[in-house]
Design a protein around this ligand. Structure first.
Ligand code: BJW
Length: 236
């Protein structure tokens, strides 16, 4: 069986990392046009670096939770292809032990040169004055994907989804494309589709099964059922 899992900010919420669109989330504290677009970065790089420096510090002190660990266990015990596609820029899946992870919106722990595009390990405090270790320019930005920029690994992700027998989406509001289209793609290609979330997402109607609850409770339970063969089948 081929499994593809799509995760969003909700899976890391119980590790203490903020989501974006929930009440009190990051977009209620920061204007997304100012901190998550190339235009915002050109206008005020200092503000954007401050936003990401703070989130990087939070991420470095956060720990993976039971949902991240359950997915790592599923990957280790599953006989077949297994891929986690995450919209998250944190590294909590990898720190929980997951191996096959694609971070489609980039990585908080990396810096990128705006001139030559090379990337390197982010310092604790990044500024635009940081020098690129390759071309020595001063033009340092977080290695993340902002609105209007191309997401990473898209053809690889879509190919895996087309071959998936099971597609599960965890902790995302599915309001940002192209990730918001993955559930439909999986369904169109015959995969069983499951959503796990605190509340229904924008694409819940596309899922065969919607399991509501905190990720640290519902994901380990779902993984246990899957590994023991007790999961509800698509025809039940
Ligand atoms: C729990 C829980 C618990 C809580 N347990 N669950 C009009 C104008 C301009 C652009 C567009 C437009 N219309 C469409 C677009 C495209 C645009 C887009 O989709 N915009 C929409 C907002 C309308 N998309 C893009 O621009 C993308 N690129 C693109 O399309 O490129 C095309 C292109 C082609 C060729 C050349 C060039 C371009 C890029 C999108 C980049 C998104 N970037 C961000 C920031 C990344 C860096 C960072 O982290 O700062 O990614 S925005 C932000 O949203 C972040 C997230 O990954 C992403 C998704 O958020 P997520 O994960 O869903 O979080 P929330 O908060 O929304 O939801 C949390 C969920 O968890 C909720 O459901 C809760 O219920 C749940 N939850 N606690 C379980 N304990």
């Amino acid at each position: 069986m081929n499994i593809v899992i799509l995760t969003g900010a909700g899976i890391s919420a119980e590790s203490g990392l903020g989501t974006f669109r929930d009440e009190g989330g990051l977009w209620s504290q920061y204007d997304l046009e100012e901190v998550a677009t190339p235009e915002g970065f050109s206008r005020n790089p200092g503000l954007v670096h401050e936003f990401y420096n703070l989130r990087r510090a939070n991420c470095r002190s956060a720990q993976p939770n039971a949902a991240h660990f359950a997915l790592a266990e599923l990957e280790a015990k599953h006989d077949g292809n297994f891929l986690i596609v995450t919209q998250n820029v944190d590294d909590l899946h990898q720190r929980a032990g997951s191996r096959n992870v694609l971070q489609m919106h980039g990585e908080l722990d990396k810096a990128r040169c705006i001139y030559c595009s090379s990337n390197w390990a982010a310092p604790d405090v990044m500024t635009s004055q940081g020098r690129c270790p390759k071309c020595w320019s001063r033009g340092c930005r977080p290695d993340v994907v902002w609105f209007g920029e191309q997401v990473r690994f898209l053809s690889e992700i879509e190919a895996a989804i087309r071959k998936a027998d099971l597609f599960a989406m965890i902790g995302t509001s599915a309001q940002v494309s192209p990730a918001s289209e993955f559930m439909q793609l999986a369904r169109d290609h015959g995969a069983d589709t499951v959503e796990m979330n605190l509340e229904p997402s924008a694409v819940s109607m596309t899922a065969r099964e919607v399991i509501l609850g905190p990720a640290t409770e519902v994901v380990p339970r779902w993984v246990e059922a899957l590994l023991s063969g007790h999961r509800a089948s698509p025809n039940e």
